[in-house]
Design a protein around this ligand. Structure first.
Ligand code: NAI
Length: 334
């Protein structure tokens, strides 16, 4: 029986990179029934709503979605549909694995880090209050419940995949009460996981350590805004935004998406690297226990990435979105 998955093709390069995933999955015979749903700037222009009710209802019905990036106007316009989606569906864990890729030249050959970013609170919730033209207040939120579940998710992942270290990123030297609470809860939860080597690091030091010695990290768990920045930094250690996948996971629903945005500068030019969204779709296959398909497509993608000619321009190659996709299809073990 086919698995229903809601597909949001999104904005900018979204339609090109999701088409690539669909082509590869079809070629590999993955039994997925894609149900397309609108969201983002295009949806806003067409329906007046960047996250139409029908899209939310489809995700609630089918539980799983693959989402391409959505454009959010900067400094004006509607609220990010991504943030609304995460909050409405309570997708509290943003999971972003970065792993060095064979043949992709980067500063270090052996990076393997998974970031667990709290996805529903912190400064990122966008509670901004304009006092007057020259003063704006920004309110963040940290709660015990949200902190416990994200830290527990990171420790569970470490246990499941036999990873040693979980490092909690915070700024409790300055934001003593808010990120201080997150830090305190971290050490409480860590007591439940005696096999995990749990530690903490002030976030600015963590940024530097990631650049100087990324091999010291296995799993990073941190609050929303810090996680947003740190996970992009980590992505740069393995080849950049074009190769970094992500998942937003809650108790009931899971939405898989690339870390990168809609890349309006290259939209429609057949230049986008589909690897990040493809790896996100592969995380989805693992989540759905479709490991056999995961292994096959993952192996074909690694083989293709190692070919410098075929890779897309962001990785120094000469390939286009389409030719790279076709090469992955050819490399699938038949
Ligand atoms: P971006 O990630 O779209 O682009 C940054 C740079 O990376 C650009 O030069 C772009 O061409 C390149 N790039 C990104 N993805 C690529 C890919 N797959 N292949 C090759 N090159 C790639 O970030 P930017 O410009 O800050 O944001 C553009 C729009 O995307 C904004 O409206 C922003 O709000 C939105 N955005 C949406 C996200 C989401 O839906 N999850 C996440 C981040 C940004």
């Amino acid at each position: 029986m086919s698995q229903n998955v809601v597909l949001i093709t999104g904005d900018g390069i979204g339609p090109e990179i999701t088409a690539s995933v669909q082509t590869i999955f079809k070629e590999a015979g993955v039994p997925i029934n894609w149900i397309e749903a609108p969201a983002g700037l295009r949806a806003f222009e067409e329906t007046g709503n960047p996250l139409p009710e029908e899209t939310l209802n489809l995700i609630k019905e089918h539980k799983i979605a693959l989402k391409a990036p959505l454009t959010t106007p900067v400094g004006k316009g509607f609220r990010s549909a991504n943030v609304t989606l995460r909050q409405t569906l309570d997708l509290y864990a943003n999971v972003r694995p970065v792993k060095s890729l064979p043949g992709v030249q980067t500063a270090y050959p052996d990076v393997d880090i998974v970031t667990f970013r709290e996805n529903t609170q912190g400064l990122y919730i966008g509670h901004e209050r304009v006092i007057d033209a020259d003063h704006v207040e920004l309110i963040g939120l940290i709660t015990r419940k949200a902190s416990e579940r994200i830290i527990r998710a990171a420790c569970e992942y470490a246990t499941k995949y036999g990873l040693r270290k979980v490092t909690l990123g915070h700024k409790a030297n300055i934001l003593k009460e808010s990120t201080g609470l997150f830090l305190k809860i971290g050490y409480e939860i860590a007591k439940e996981y005696p096999k995990v080597d749990f530690g903490d690091m002030i976030i600015d030091n963590m940024a530097m350590q990631l650049v100087m010695r990324p091999q010291q990290f296995d799993i990073i768990v941190t609050t929303n805004l810090f996680g947003d920045i740190i996970s992009d930094l980590a992505s740069g250690l393995v080849g950049g935004l074009g190769v970094t996948p992500g998942a937003n996971i809650g108790e009931d629903y899971a939405v898989f998406e690339a870390v990168h945005g809609s890349a309006p500068d290259i939209a429609g030019l057949n230049k986008a690297n589909p690897t990040a969204i493809l790896f996100s779709a592969l995380m989805m296959l693992r989540h759905l226990d479709m490991d056999e398909y995961y292994e096959r497509i993952h192996a074909a993608t690694l083989k293709t990435l190692a070919d410098t000619e075929v890779r897309t321009a962001d990785l120094g190659g000469k390939g286009s979105t389409k030719s790279f996709t076709e090469a992955i299809c050819r490399n699938l073990d038949k």
